[in-house]
Design a protein around this ligand. Structure first.
Ligand SMILES: *Cc1c(COP(=O)(O)O)cnc(C)c1O
Length: 379
């Protein structure tokens, strides 16, 4: 008999909204009444606050994390004939943008413990056409930026950090997004700092690159109706900027709660046979956008998928981020990669399972997740 529980979603945005509802509805109504919906003080203030939070001199907001990556590549003039090294174990957008600007994504395998780019393998992939590296701080766990920047500097490559899942994470006491040449952030609602809609930002200490990204995000116009580039229409609207200003003030508290939840999961899960828990690496402080375990069992078929189904029947939500590595995506078949080429990433796709993780997840709910997980594993 399956024990009955109140269902526990992998993510619940309504609880967080309830804690800031008064503040948010107040500012939303003020923006609506103001008649200024695009640009304006809310957007400029948020750019300043976010730059200060990340610890850089420039922030340029835009429509999404995907556009943030496009703006970064375009500002660095990366395009046809160029290669960009990145990870095959990430959300599709990371590689998609490289293709979108006409360049070629070059994948290298990941590290089994962190799920992030295997830095040692990055160097072997560098060729004459390589222009940049896009490390992804996956699930909120920072990449070893000290090692990566050393390689990038030695080969004079640009580093574009994909910080979509890692707003607030630290590497060597510095916020991710302030260490590479450009940091790219997403404010998609499920990210650590999520808007009530789409949004994104780029951060950089390079004034010229920031100026270029500002021009590119607004139809390539340097001054009104004077177009110097083929750009994008990529804006963050005033409502989202106003909401993000409020949420930014809570981000550190929410990230602390995620860290406490991750620590508790670790304590409760790390001794269960067949489960491998994620661990923070020395030098980094993660922000746990996802808490992702590996399920290793010798049953025939994919036991992880079976387990996910059993958890679902017990009311516990979970997700597979990501079931298929990017080098094996149908759209990239012409790049010539094959199964077995990046065994660590491929194994991760087969074994990973992300458990409920959001700042408001209660201790009781977490214990319920563990109880159900154990119940599944012994059935
Ligand atoms: C969410 C995400 C993106 C894209 O962000 P959007 O705001 O959805 O466009 C890019 N890279 C990674 C790793 C992401 O998780």
């Amino acid at each position: 008999m399956v024990p009955s529980v109140n269902s526990i979603p992998i993510l619940d945005l309504t609880q967080q909204y309830a804690t800031i509802e008064a503040e948010v509805s107040d500012v939303v109504l003020r923006v609506l009444a103001s008649g200024g919906y695009i640009g304006g003080s809310q957007v400029l203030e948020f750019e300043q606050q976010f730059a200060a939070y990340i610890g850089v001199s420039n922030c340029v907001v835009c429509n999404s994390g995907t556009d943030a990556l496009v703006l970064a590549l375009r500002a660095l003039e990366i395009g046809p004939g160029d290669e960009v090294i990145t990870t095959p174990f990430t959300f599709f957008a990371t590689a998609e943008v490289v293709s979108a600007v006409g360049a070629k994504p070059i994948f290298v395998d990941i590290d089994a413990q962190t799920f992030n780019l295997d830095i040692a393998q990055v160097e072997t992939a560098i060729a004459d056409k390589t222009k940049a590296i896009i490390p992804v701080h996956l699930f909120g766990q920072p990449v070893d930026m000290t090692a990566l920047m050393a390689i990038a500097q030695a080969h004079q490559l640009a580093v574009i950090e994909d910080c979509a899942q890692a707003t607030g994470a630290l590497w060597a006491e510095q916020k991710v997004g302030s260490i590479g040449h450009i940091g790219c952030f997403s404010f998609y609602p499920t990210k650590n700092l999520g808007a009530c809609g789409d949004g994104g930002a780029v951060t950089t200490n390079n004034q010229a690159i920031a100026a270029k990204m500002r021009i590119l995000r607004s139809h390539g116009e340097k001054s009104h109706y004077h177009h110097e580039e083929i750009g994008l229409n990529s804006r963050l609207d005033a409502l989202q900027a106003a909401i993000l200003q409020i949420k930014l003030r809570y981000l550190d508290t929410w990230n602390e709660k995620r860290r406490a939840i991750a620590a508790r999961y670790h304590k409760l899960l790390s001794h269960i046979p067949g489960i491998i828990t994620p661990q923070e690496v020395a030098g980094g402080q993660g922000v746990w956008n996802q808490y992702t375990i590996r399920i290793q069992r010798s049953e025939t078929g994919n036991y992880r998928d079976q387990l996910r189904q059993m958890l679902q029947e017990r009311g516990v939500g979970s997700m597979v981020y990501y079931p298929r590595p990017l080098h094996l995506q149908p759209v990239y078949k012409d790049l010539g990669y094959h199964l077995g080429q990046f065994p660590v990433a491929e194994q991760a796709c087969y074994e990973v399972l992300s458990l409920p993780m959001f700042p408001e997840l209660s201790i009781e709910q977490q214990e319920q997740v563990i109880y159900c997980l154990k119940d599944c594993l012994t059935n």
